[in-house]
Design a protein. Structure first.
Lengths: 1181, 133
């Protein structure tokens, strides 16, 4: 009960001073703040209340000197009005205390039981109870006001009995029954009989389900008039009865208009069916041949008036043009209906006709065009009226959707009435008071002061109305523009309430803003020197201000294919870069699709819209989640771009936002077109200027009679001649001298032809000699002037220097012939698009046709991609595309397909071609058929693969066979070793055994060598060391010291420049040993053997030269075979023909090689190259 | 001098040669032979069933050929080490092979039981070196 913050004023009516003292005592015991007033009699009480009505409670003693009991209570209640009265009684009057409650007192207390707390409690309860009652009464009052003063008829009826319980004034006025009459009726009484069964059904539904949908009913007024009403109802409790509150909206007028139209349509249809159409037959000459008699009633002419007059003469001037146009397409079709046109009535007025004409010229019975016409003036008029009525109705409907508010200025409480508030602003419907603050809080910050001030001023000036416009916060966070008309209600000249109607004028506001923007933009556009970019950015800025959180973008459509961002600074640069140049299509985001489809594309959720499937990543990474795009069109409908608004969140447009962006798009269309037009004007002016400046033609004037030619200064400026008076006599000579001998005949022939055929114009191209002896190509155009006998007397001509053009032509022709005759296929395409469908081919040469089988006509306009097929490497194509995207040349080998489906390999080289200002305009591709080479390569690869496989088999095979050789051979040697120790008597046997031994050892060496080779071939890791040549050589010489001594060889070495090599020790030993034994084996017996071994460094190799002065090898014959296996070039003993092969194998295994130079009977020089190894690891290994 | 030498080789000539060489060099008192791995394992199985006295007289050294039918040298070694080495712990093996495959030589290093890899033919000098080992 914290409501009691003020002091209570308690009035005690008590004649007994002792009792009063007690009451005072009790009350003062409590903490409650209060003032006690005391009166002793009823009269005093009345006087007191008249002067001071502000008591919160009255404590009344039941027996006063001037009144007691029931009479007293009634009288007190009468004067106390709203103040709660508590009766104090003696015990004897207890029963009366209870009775007094029914009289209306708040409570009663027995004096004998009186206590401080009881008195306080009762007092407070009474006050609070009264307060709540007050609120209830207020709310009841408010409902009643809303009910009774509502302009729409309303009533309450009891669901069980259908009896009217209450009706409002509007219902009384509308239906014609008085309130008393209504309350005696049931709702069935205002219905026509035929709708009763249906009504009963509806009531049953209401009884079972508690509601029924809004619908239209027919009601009967007291005067018998039938009206159509839209009924909306709600269940509620009325004085404890289950009742329904009904709102009945009369829509008779609206329906009548609709019905009227329907009826008139039907009437017209009936007319048609009854054959009341005007019928005519018109001849081939456009004149009436037959006119139906009903023309007189409808258009005022008798048939005789119209026959053989021209139809067209009766048609309204404005309609003639398109009528003729419509009829011109008539030949193609048998029957057409032309849209309404005006036909002149005999009285001079115009009748609207709708006509169907049928071509029956070929029908022998008719031989004419039959027309059936219908007068539709009335229908058009009805349509027009309907439209107007409809508009009126719309306006009314609009008005009723206002949000109504009611503010009590004393309490600052505001009450929102009706559904308008919910409809307009989306807030839930709250049937309660709101603080005045709520209104202030929902105002747009920028409009708050203005709106408050408007109301304040109205109040200050005591006006009864206040009207203001402001922005009001909606439930969805947007602001609605609101027009608020308020009525101020005064009581005793004090404003007490404000009743307002808020109307959503957002759409209107937007319209106004757009108009404002358009006006401004047009003004800029009309101002010279304001660049288009600025105007577009200004427009975008305005729109972004108007549509909150929008980011605008204008893209332009180039060549009808690609889109290019031209304005919109709010769009992220990264995003612009990603979309710029994109090709439009049916699924290319919003703008690409909008331009492609030619219609608005509203994407409210980029992440989940199929149109953005391929682009959502780039959009969302740039924080763009919705995009509405409207195509920009020129006046003729051509799409030249699109206007888009992006949003950082998913967003659906409001209807007015769309219409707004549409207007902006239109505006941009106008601007761009305007700009284009002005640019075209500028261009054509420039062209004109260029022509003016370029008229450096040499003008000549030939007088045929005098045989004299006169030139203007061009003859000097262009050709360098300094002629006296610019004149030449003896023209034939002059020409012979100046015109190129090869062209002279052509010129004179042309001239003769022209004279013979009496033409007036001559035009010929030839080479004209300059003063410096060089020739210039000229185009000479002359006008021939003849005398009266048609004999030419004079020619005025202009020589134009076309050397450059000619040279260019010649050069082009040369290039053309080169390209045409090239054996490589040449293909030229446009520069773009690189995306689907690919750039179109503009040229192919003959070689292309030969190569692919496609003729020029088959491929021009297509993309070269049709040449590709399933075996064309994707990776290579991607490489090509990357190069093209970067405007780079590119060369690659591809599989292509001929027209007959045959696969072939090409070497493709593509380069961009630029025009004279450096813009890439085309791609030129040169294709060479490399199928044969490719096939060879493929074959070779196959072969190598096969060889590798068989090599592997062979290796395994060798291991097995080598073992099979080796095992018995080992045994042989083992046995021979045993024999050695057995004494043999027979010398022949000794010899035989010696032969055995030699052969066995030779076989063993051979097998071992072969196995070594096998092992070399198979080793993949061979230990490498840094080996000193000198050391190794010494080791080798020691091994074969006997042989060296025997042969008396002189061995010189010089390893200073390359003392060591990283190589395998065993191999190097084997190599040097083989070379040394070879040198000894193949020494020349007639001279002492000299061996010279040196080393040196080369870039990648250590080179070892091993020279001898032996018998040499005939390299002419043997070079190919010298390092082969089992090659023997001499019949020296112990020659197995494997040494050099082994050396070569060992060197090559480690990346080196061997070469030989040799002269027969002079010597041999081996050049061994050991691959240098920089890898330290390998060296350490 | 070795008490008992076990020669395992599929080639009877080789076996004969080894016998002759070892006798000549007085390398072993007794030489037993088997012509493949399977046979050699049978020998050990049989030996294991003999009385302890005879069992104790098992071959100290095996000359083992690698390329043999039925069961090659490696297969024999694996089974011998697995099944019999514990019973005849002083056994040593010398590979006596004519294989040129370098893989075999590498593989031999992985068996501690192998003390030598000799390319055929076996000679008296080689036997002398073995005795030293």
């Amino acid at each position: 009960m914290s409501v009691f913050t003020k002091q209570l004023n308690i009035l005690v009516v008590e004649d007994n001073p002792g009792d009063f003292f007690l009451i005072e005592e009790y009350l003062s015991d409590d903490v409650l703040l209060h003032n006690i007033f005391h009166v002793r009699t009823l009269t005093e009480l009345k006087t007191k209340l008249l002067t001071d009505p502000t008591f919160d409670i009255i404590l009344l003693d039941l027996s006063l000197p001037d009144g007691s009991g029931e009479t007293l209570v009634k009288e007190v209640l009468g004067v106390a009005q709203d103040i709660p009265v508590v009766v104090l009684t003696g015990y004897a009057d207890k029963d009366f205390g209870i009775k007094s409650l029914s009289l209306g007192v708040a409570d009663y207390l027995l004096k004998d039981e009186l206590s401080a707390s009881l008195l306080t409690k009762t007092t407070l309860y009474s006050i609070e109870r009264r307060r709540i009652n007050g609120v209830l009464q207020e709310s009841e009052k408010r409902y009643k006001e809303l009910f009774h003063f509502n302009p729409v008829p309303m009533w309450v009826y009891e669901v069980s009995s259908l009896q009217f319980l209450d009706v409002n004034q509007a219902a009384v006025a509308h239906y014609g029954y008085s309130k008393e009459e209504f309350l005696k009726m049931t709702i069935l009484d205002i219905r026509p009989k035929e709708s009763l069964p249906e009504l009963k059904k509806t009531i049953d539904t209401i009884k079972t389900q508690g509601s029924s949908p809004k619908r239209i009913w027919r009601h009967l007024k007291k005067n018998g008039e039938l009206i159509y009403v839209e009924i909306e109802g709600d269940m509620f409790e009325y004085s404890g009865k289950k009742a329904r509150l009904i709102l009945a909206n009369d829509i008779t007028e609206k329906l009548e208009v609709e019905n009227a139209l329907k009826q008139s349509e039907q009437r017209f249809r009936a007319l048609v069916q009854d054959g009341a159409d005007l019928m005519t037959i018109i001849g081939r000459d456009g004149k009436f041949r037959y006119v139906s008699p009903n023309h007189e009633t409808i258009v005022g002419y008798r048939p005789i008036d119209l026959l053989y007059t021209k139809v067209v003469d009766f048609i309204h001037e404005e309609d003639k043009q398109w009528m003729l146009l419509a009829v011109s397409s008539f030949k193609l079709r048998k029957s057409i209906t032309v849209q309404p046109y005006r036909f002149r009535h005999a009285n001079g007025s115009w009748i609207w006709l709708e006509t169907t004409i049928t071509n029956l010229l070929n029908d022998p019975a008719i031989k004419g065009i039959v027309s059936n016409s219908r007068d539709i003036s009335k229908r058009l008029e009805a349509e027009k009226q309907l439209k107007q009525t409809n508009e009126r109705y719309e306006a009314v409907a609009q008005a009723t959707s206002d949000a109504i508010w009611d503010c009590d200025l004393r309490t600052k409480k505001t009450f929102i009435a009706g559904n308008g508030y919910k409809k307009l602003f989306g807030y839930p419907y709250v049937n309660e008071y709101l603080d005045m603050d709520f209104w202030e809080q929902h105002l747009h910050p920028e409009d708050r002061d203005k709106a408050m001030k408007a109301l304040g001023e109205s109040l200050a000036e005591a006006r009864s109305q206040c009207s203001s416009e402001y922005r009001f916060l909606k439930a969805d966070g947007d602001y609605a523009h609101v027009h608020d008309r308020a009525f101020i209600i005064y009581e005793n000249k004090q404003p007490v309430r404000v009743l307002g109607a808020m109307q959503d004028i957002t759409t209107r506001k937007y319209q106004e803003s757009i108009l404002e923007i358009e006006k401004e933009i047009y003004a800029y556009n009309a101002t010279a020197g304001v660049p288009l970019d600025f105007i577009l950015e200004k427009l975008i800025h305005d729109i972004e201000t108007l549509i909150p959180n929008s980011l605008c973008s204008i893209v332009k459509l180039k060549d009808g294919k690609t889109l290019h961002h031209i304005a919109g600074n709010s769009i992220p640069v990264k995003y612009i870069m990603a979309i710029d140049g994109m090709t439009i299509g049916p699924q290319v985001g919003s703008c690409g699709t909008a331009m492609y489809m030619g219609k608005s594309v509203i994407v409210t959720d980029i992440e989940n819209d199929p149109l953005w499937k391929d682009y959502k990543i780039v959009a969302t990474t740039n924080n763009l989640y919705a995009c509405w795009s409207i195509p920009i069109r020129k006046g003729d409908g051509e799409i030249i771009g699109s206007f888009a608004t992006y949003y950082h969140t998913k967003k659906s447009p409001k209807p007015y936002e769309i219409s707004f962006i549409e207007r902006a798009a239109n505006l941009v269309g106008v601007l761009l077109e305007n700009k284009e037009a002005s640019e075209k004007v500028k261009q054509s002016k420039e062209r004109y200027d260029i022509v003016m400046k370029a008229t450096s033609d040499t003008i000549w004037d030939l007088d045929i009679i005098k045989n004299r030619i006169t030139y203007n200064k061009g003859i000097h400026k262009v050709f360098g001649y300094n002629l006296d008076h610019m004149e030449v006599e003896n023209v034939q000579n002059w020409w012979k001298q100046c015109i190129h001998p090869e062209d002279l005949k052509k010129v004179t022939d042309t001239l003769n032809d022209v004279f013979e055929e009496r033409k007036s114009i001559i035009q010929v191209e030839y080479r004209f000699k300059c003063a410096d002896g060089t020739y210039k190509y000229v185009l000479d155009r002359g006008f021939i002037i003849a005398d009266n006998d048609h004999n030419p007397v004079r020619i005025i001509g202009a020589m134009q220097d076309i050397s450059r053009r000619k040279e260019e032509e010649n050069r082009l022709r040369l290039l053309e012939s080169v390209i045409t005759n090239a054996t490589d296929a040449v293909l030229i395409t446009e520069a773009e698009p690189l995306n689907e469908p690919g750039p179109a081919i503009v040229y192919v040469n003959d070689a292309f046709t030969k190569m692919t089988g496609y003729t020029r006509d088959e491929v021009i306009g297509k993309s070269p991609r049709f040449l590709q097929g399933k075996n064309t490497s994707r990776a290579d194509l991607d490489r090509l595309k990357t190069a093209l995207t970067n405007w780079e040349s590119c060369e690659l080998e591809l599989v292509n397909y001929k027209k007959n489906g045959e696969e072939f390999w090409i070497n493709l080289s593509v380069a961009p071609m630029a025009d004279n200002i450096g813009i890439y305009t085309h791609w030129i591709a040169i294709q060479r058929d490399i199928t044969e080479r490719k096939n060879r390569e493929i074959e070779r690869e196959q072969l190598i693969k096969e060889l590798n496989n068989s090599n592997e088999d062979l290796r395994h095979f060798s291991y097995i066979t080598s073992h099979n050789f080796k095992a018995p051979l080992s045994n042989l040697i083992g046995f021979l070793n045993l024999i050695d120790e057995i004494p043999i008597e027979n010398p022949v046997l000794t010899q035989i055994i010696q032969g055995f031994k030699t052969s066995t050892h030779l076989l063993n060496d051979t097998i071992n060598d072969l196995i070594k080779i096998l092992v070399i071939r198979d080793s993949d890791s061979i230990a490498l060391h840094n080996i000193s040549f000198a050391k190794m050589m010494q080791q080798v010489i020691t091994q074969v010291q006997n042989l060296v001594n025997e042969s008396d060889a002189e061995i010189k070495t010089n390893f200073r420049s390359a003392p060591s090599v990283v190589f395998n020790e065993t191999y190097l030993e084997s190599i040097l040993l083989n070379l040394l034994t070879n040198a000894i084996k193949y020494r020349a017996y007639d001279r002492p053997l000299k061996i010279n071994i040196t080393t040196k460094h080369e870039t990648e190799y250590v080179v070892l030269f091993f020279e001898d002065n032996g018998i040499g090898v005939d390299l002419e014959r043997h070079r190919e075979k010298i390092f082969g296996l089992y090659q023997k070039f001499h019949d020296r003993p112990n020659s197995k023909g494997m040494g050099l092969y082994l050396i070569k194998s060992q060197l090559e295994t480690l990346g080196g090689n061997i070469d030989v130079e040799s002269t027969v009977d002079v010597g041999t020089r081996f050049i061994l190259k050991f691959k240098l190894r920089n890898d330290k690891k390998t060296i350490l290994h | 001098m070795i008490k008992k030498l076990f020669c395992i080789d599929d080639d009877p000539t080789t076996l004969m040669l080894i016998k002759m060489v070892t006798e000549k060099a007085s390398f072993a008192k007794e030489v037993v032979t088997a012509s493949n791995g399977r046979e050699a394992l049978d020998y050990y199985q049989n030996l294991a069933a003999q009385p302890a006295e005879q069992k104790a007289n098992y071959p100290q050294l095996i000359f083992l050929d690698l390329n043999m039918p039925f069961m090659n040298g490696w297969e024999f070694l694996d089974e011998f080490v697995r099944d019999w080495y514990q019973l005849f712990p002083d056994t040593k093996v010398v590979i006596l092979s004519s294989s040129a495959n370098p893989v075999d030589k590498e593989k031999a290093k992985q068996y501690p039981i192998i003390i030598g890899y000799i390319s055929k033919p076996i000679t008296a000098d080689l036997l002398k070196m073995l005795v030293k080992k």
